[in-house]
Write a protein that binds this ligand. Structure first.
Ligand code: IPD
Ligand code: CA
Ligand code: CA
Length: 257
């Protein structure tokens, strides 16, 4: 089914043109739950494009997108789990750190993952058991311990109840590392771990469309992912996530999480 991965990649690449063509983003931007939770006309345009193009690739498949979720259960059968623009706040501010994230799961197991950064033209892709790739070349996690590396984190901004724990864990990891980053697009944070640019990433509360594709990229690149309590990462519910190379996979056991 390498062909299916290629087909998904081609469609996601086309969706990237919509992101790159964006003009006057503010005009079509609305607040969702508060001023930091935004949706733009481009989130909707990308999602609609993917909703039209992806399901025909897998007859009977379900489309589960961030902006308009179908009223169905993505944990059964084939389901596309899609974040049309991960890093919307970056997109609105022209910070150029956003991505399109598409996972294809079967019975709640992610089989395919594609994350595309349209600004850098970087296409991350993985098929379960087939390795992870960046623009077609194999990628691998780094071999550095955290003491010689950096990690990225997310602030779970839509769930303020996690703020203190987020800061506490950040401080503990910071003291054991060279530095940390908060870059604002979780799907790309996973990809950075997958290709060895960072050693680890964590966030206390993520949605399936934030982590489904990226988590497969990390494991196929030789790394590890888990929930913050060390249990398996689910596929269809809110979850915290820890993604790391092999050397740092167990570091949370030594910390107050
Ligand atoms: C958000 C980004 C952000 C992360 C949030 C996500 P969105 O996704 O990935 O980095 O901290 O938890 O919800 O809202 O830009 O698609
Ligand atoms: Ca997201
Ligand atoms: Ca989004």
């Amino acid at each position: 089914m390498a062909e299916l991965l290629e087909q998904i990649i081609q469609i996601v690449r086309q969706a990237g043109d919509i992101v790159r063509s964006a003009r006057d983003i503010a005009a079509g931007t609305k607040e969702k739950s508060f001023a930091g939770d935004l949706v733009t006309a481009y989130d909707l345009a990308v999602e609609n494009f993917l909703k039209e193009k992806l399901p025909p690739l897998v007859p009977g498949s379900l489309f589960f997108g961030e902006e308009e979720k179908e009223n169905a259960d993505p944990s059964r059968g084939w389901a596309f789990i899609v974040d049309p623009i991960d890093g919307t706040a970056n997109f609105v501010r022209d910070l150029r750190r956003s991505a399109i994230s598409v996972a294809l799961a079967r019975d709640a197991v992610v089989e395919y993952g594609v994350v595309y950064d349209p600004y850098r033209d970087e296409m991350f892709s993985a098929r379960r058991g087939g390795g992870a790739f960046l623009n077609g070349a194999p990628i691998h996690v780094s071999e550095k311990p955290l003491a010689q590396g950096i990690f990225s984190m997310g602030t779970s901004l839509y769930r303020p109840e996690y703020f203190q724990r987020t800061m506490r864990l950040t401080e503990q990891l910071f003291r054991r590392s060279c530095d940390f980053r908060r870059m604002g697009a979780a799907a790309l944070d996973f990809c950075d771990v997958a290709c060895g640019r960072t050693e680890a990433f964590f966030e206390y509360s993520l949605c399936p469309w934030d982590y489904a594709a990226g988590s497969l990229l990390v494991t196929e690149a030789g790394g590890a992912v888990c929930a913050l309590d060390g249990g398996p990462l689910p596929v269809v519910s809110l979850s915290g996530a820890w993604a790391s190379n092999r050397v740092n996979r167990d570091i949370l056991k030594e910390l107050e999480v």
